[in-house]
Design a protein around this ligand. Structure first.
Ligand code: PLZ
Length: 445
């Protein structure tokens, strides 16, 4: 693996103070009186610099980053090509609004997306600011193209925090609590959760299709929207064949398949997209997060005839495809190809999975190690059962944080410990993070 990262930061874990340190505690106190209390924070540490696989805080502690800002800084923070492109663009012009006057970087990003997304058919792309906005637009496009209103989503899904995407998201707390009413015409059907449903991919798909037929009405469904590997839901990898069976059903019934690859896309899983692993070609695909190496940018890419079917002016927004974000995206895609970060993601899986399996064998509290590439998780349960253990999960997370390794939890039941290291993380640093995680289990149990 290659070690890069904008600021040439030592790729080491360094604990100078307790975590959080005194300066972070001071800033946290200041924040509490100023920033809305509704915005949560996983680890109340303020960051000063970041690069490669580390985050350096205001107390000069160097933390190992196993989160990438939720799968965003896959190319590392401040990756050189991202920094160069952004600096050049920001000095030339910062905004025109692509709906007012155009610029080439927008076209370049769409061209790259059309190239790297699954399928060899003619494609078009449109750019937005956030993942939720991309999902909303994908649904708008699907409704306009099909003339149907219904949207099918699956159990444990996460699609965002706007009104429509909240309705499409499964988990009530914290995402939906007190925020209704939600949009109508959303139908939730069973996912494939091999650890818990004991079904093959085909069986799980048949189950979902039966439910959708009865409760949704097949000929009123515009689209099935699905994460090929569920992210916030707990890195749930469907059984082989589930996605393909849904895709086939959709194609036969005039329903569009929309793959939400906002978390799984852009090299994270050891392919450009998670759909590539299953040989599934969605009609539309949403991207965001890692697309622009840390700047806000999102996209919908899809079949030309679908994307071009919407009336002119029907899709847009002031900032969508901002030139600085587009410049960053071109730098991120270049970095992925130059450094073979798709290969790096696979290498991360090869290193992580056996080490996590060892922890599972030793402790008996991990029901499953799963994921693909650099999107890996363990599901934590009470020994000998499938009962979720969110309390133990919290203790493991807290212990990792105390030891300077930033990890995240996930899962509908809060019992999944997930890992999303930057793809540029060096092997030594990754092994050190795994040692800390292993010790954290021993301390927390
Ligand atoms: N679709 C698959 O993973 C964002 C959410 C964090 P935005 N996931 C992280 C949080 O608690 O808000 C996500 C995703 C999938 C859509 C989204 C939404 O992307 O850029 O956060 O709007």
């Amino acid at each position: 693996m290659t070690e890069v990262g904008g600021p040439q930061l030592d790729q080491v874990r360094r604990l100078i103070t307790a975590i959080p340190g005194p300066r972070s505690i001071e800033l946290q106190a200041r924040r509490s009186g100023i920033v809305a209390g509704s915005i949560g924070t996983t680890l109340p540490v303020f960051i000063e610099r970041a690069g490669g696989g580390v985050l350096v805080d205001v107390d000069n502690n160097s933390l190992i980053d196993m989160a990438s800002g939720i799968a965003v800084t896959s190319v590392g923070n401040s990756a050189p090509h991202v920094v160069e492109n952004v600096q050049e663009q920001v000095a030339q012009f910062t905004h025109t609004c692509f709906m007012i006057t155009e610029y080439e970087a927008y076209v370049d990003v769409c061209e790259q997306l059309n190239r790297i997304t699954p399928g060899e058919h003619a494609k078009r792309s449109a750019l937005f600011n956030s993942g939720a906005e991309a999902v909303e637009n994908a649904v708008k496009i699907a409704r306009s193209f099909t003339g149907r209103a219904g949207v099918a989503v699956v159990e444990h899904a996460y699609h965002g925090r706007t009104n429509l995407t909240m309705g499409m998201t499964a988990k009530h707390h914290p995402y939906k609590k007190n925020f209704g009413p939600f949009a109508s015409d959303i139908h939730r059907v069973p996912n494939s959760y091999p650890l818990r449903d004991g079904r093959t991919g085909e069986e799980a798909a048949a189950h979902a299709i039966r439910r959708l037929s009865v409760e949704g009405g097949v000929d009123e469904i515009a689209a099935i929207v699905i994460e090929p590997i569920q992210g916030e839901g707990g890195f749930i990898v469907p059984a082989p064949g589930y996605l393909a069976a849904l895709a086939e059903f959709a194609a036969e019934n005039g329903i569009l398949l929309i793959a939400d690859e906002i978390q799984t896309g852009i090299a994270r899983t050891g392919e450009w997209f998670a759909c590539h692993h299953e040989g599934v070609v969605p009609d539309l695909i949403t991207t965001a997060k890692a697309l622009a190496g840390g700047l806000p940018l999102a996209a919908v890419t899809g079949r030309a005839e679908i994307m071009d079917s919407v009336h002119v002016g029907g899709i847009g927004g002031t900032y969508g495809g901002n030139p600085v974000a587009c410049a960053a995206a071109l730098g991120a895609i270049q970095t992925i190809e130059e450094l073979d970060l798709i290969g790096a993601a696979r290498n991360i899986e090869t290193i992580m999975v056996p080490r996590l399996a060892d922890i599972a064998d030793r402790t008996g509290v991990i029901a499953q190690v799963r994921g693909r590439g650099a999107l890996i998780a363990v599901e934590i349960t009470t020994p000998g059962s499938l009962d979720p253990d969110p309390e133990l999960t919290k203790r493991v997370v807290a212990e990792c944080h105390r030891q300077g390794v930033l990890v995240l939890s996930a899962g509908t039941y809060g019992n999944v410990l997930r890992f999303l290291p930057p793809l540029v993380m060096g092997e030594q640093l990754l092994l050190e993070a795994l040692d800390v995680i292993s010790d954290a289990f021993d301390t927390a149990i």
